[in-house]
Design a protein around this ligand. Structure first.
Ligand SMILES: Cc1cc2nc3c(=O)[nH]c(=O)nc-3n(C[C@H](O)[C@H](O)[C@H](O)COP(=O)(O)OP(=O)(O)OC[C@H]3O[C@@H](n4cnc5c(N)ncnc54)[C@H](O)[C@@H]3O)c2cc1C
Length: 427
């Protein structure tokens, strides 16, 4: 008997995690294929740590996908996804190992869309010449060299986000009683806070300045609002005490120039270094499909299933329900997707499977000097938890989580988060 074929689009955090969870819960009831244009996982969250330590992130933050997936009898295809036909249950791909390949069609019974977002640096005028960022190996190494080879002279630094254009696909979802998936003007501001704190510590270490050199900017009324009001107030108090310049409500980034950065509200900030997180945009091939919202994000319910096409699931940054765009929320969704497909295969019960998404912002950010901040919060969605801790234990957890992730090939044990919570919050 031919088994149902599950195709997972994307092989980074949400794609790998979904494929592994489907195998864990649905066992051998399905065939699984993961498709990604690159054949490795890019471990994004630790890029800033490596850069400030002057280490090449490519050496420690990539994990080979084919061998990892083979452990669970999951097929891997390295290809560019071109389009999805949700009525024919078919996708078009072009094998991406060599240019010039032909288009291939692949049919599916289930599809899990986990292709993340397009980080739209190309929409920021002047970014190519004057901008820096920390979201991938290329840009990370470019910034690392600037910092450590003497190019950067210790002038003013601006760290902030462009405006995020969120779609309407999560409207009406109620993850906690009376709560919602809120709208936000920035997709993910954990990196802004992390890079600002780490940069301040780096400036002090190399006797080139301090937090006073740095402006933290946000298009929103507060930075990192997803962390919850109490946590943000504590963070801002700490940042103010260190001497950061904090600029909110600045609107979109209009242009980067050699000496500064212009904002939509007319403000201009001088800056030698401009470290930017851009708009997180849906991929073109997802736009104007019957499964996506007005910005191209995949519409799901809180069981990560599309309401009109129940064989379509989404997880991670490309899902409309993922706000902020945070790997930790994608991780929660992978579990749900695995359980739902196992339910459809009739290998688990409804009671075990139907556990709707209750997003929790779980974020550990480097602060330099062997310290980190730890945030666990669900208040933005209607929950009542808001925890902020800072110190050496969160830093150890951040580094240990990466080691555990790499050594278990992405299968961090379920007790990992509980241990992290205990160590960060009780010790
Ligand atoms: C600097 C930085 C620090 C961060 N720190 C944290 C943190 O501490 N904690 C946290 O939880 N989150 C953090 N995040 C957010 C986190 O990185 C993302 O939420 C996470 O990577 C999303 O995972 P994903 O699998 O949904 O998407 P992605 O990681 O973007 O993966 C998408 C995959 O799909 C593939 N793909 C896309 N389009 C196609 C196509 N057309 N054809 C073939 N393949 C395709 C890509 O190659 C990629 O492998 C951070 C982000 C940044 C930028």
């Amino acid at each position: 008997m031919k088994k149902p074929h599950v195709i997972v689009l994307g092989g980074n955090f949400a794609g790998l995690g979904s494929a592994q969870k489907i195998r864990e819960y649905a066992k051998d009831a399905v065939d699984i294929t993961v498709i990604d244009r690159k054949n490795y996982l890019l471990y994004v969250p630790n890029i800033p740590v490596e850069i400030f330590d002057n280490k090449d992130p490519q050496e420690s933050l990539r994990m080979e996908l084919p061998a990892t997936l083979k452990h669970d009898d999951i097929n891997f295809i390295q290809a560019e996804i071109q389009s999805i036909d949700v009525d024919k249950k078919q996708i078009d791909i072009i094998p991406s190992e060599r240019p010039g390949s032909e288009t291939q069609k692949i049919s599916y019974d289930y599809i899990v869309i986990a292709v993340g977002c397009r980080l739209a640096y190309d929409r920021i005028p002047g970014f190519a010449e004057f901008g820096d960022t920390v979201s991938d190996f290329y840009h990370g190494n470019k910034l690392r060299k600037k910092l450590h080879d003497g190019t950067y002279k210790g002038g003013p630094v601006v760290i902030g986000s462009a405006v995020f254009h969120q779609g309407d696909g999560a409207e009406g979802l109620e993850p906690y009683p009376g709560g919602s998936i809120p709208s936000a003007l920035a997709a993910c501001e954990g990196p802004t806070v992390e890079v600002s704190l780490a940069m301040a510590s780096w400036l002090q270490k190399y006797k080139m300045g301090s937090a006073k050199n740095i402006s933290i900017t946000t298009p929103a009324s507060v930075v990192a609002e997803d962390a919850g009001e109490k946590v943000v107030a504590e963070l801002l108090e700490a940042a103010g005490g260190m001497g950061f310049n904090y600029v909110n409500n600045c609107g979109d980034i209009v242009e980067l120039t050699k000496d500064g950065i212009k904002f939509e509200n007319g403000q201009y900030l001088e800056a030698e270094l401009k470290i930017i997180l851009p708009d997180w945009v849906a991929h073109d091939f997802l736009r104007e499909l019957p499964i996506t919202d007005n910005q191209g994000f995949v519409i799901t319910d809180l069981l990560m299933r599309n309401p009109k096409y129940p064989e379509v699931f989404a997880a991670g940054d490309c899902a409309a329900a993922t706000m902020p765009k945070l790997g930790a929320i994608g991780h929660q969704q992978c579990e749900i997707v695995g359980l739902q497909i196992a339910l459809d295969m009739k290998v688990i019960t409804e009671e075990k499977a139907n556990k709707p998404l209750k997003p929790v912002v779980f974020c550990i950010g480097d602060m330099g000097e062997g310290k980190a901040f730890y945030i666990r919060s669900d208040s933005w969605f209607g929950g009542d938890t808001q925890v902020l801790k800072m110190g050496k234990i969160p830093y150890l957890l951040k580094m240990q989580y990466k080691t555990l992730f790499m050594s278990t090939k992405g299968k961090t044990p379920p007790w990992g988060n509980e241990v992290a919570e205990f160590l960060a919050e009780k010790l």
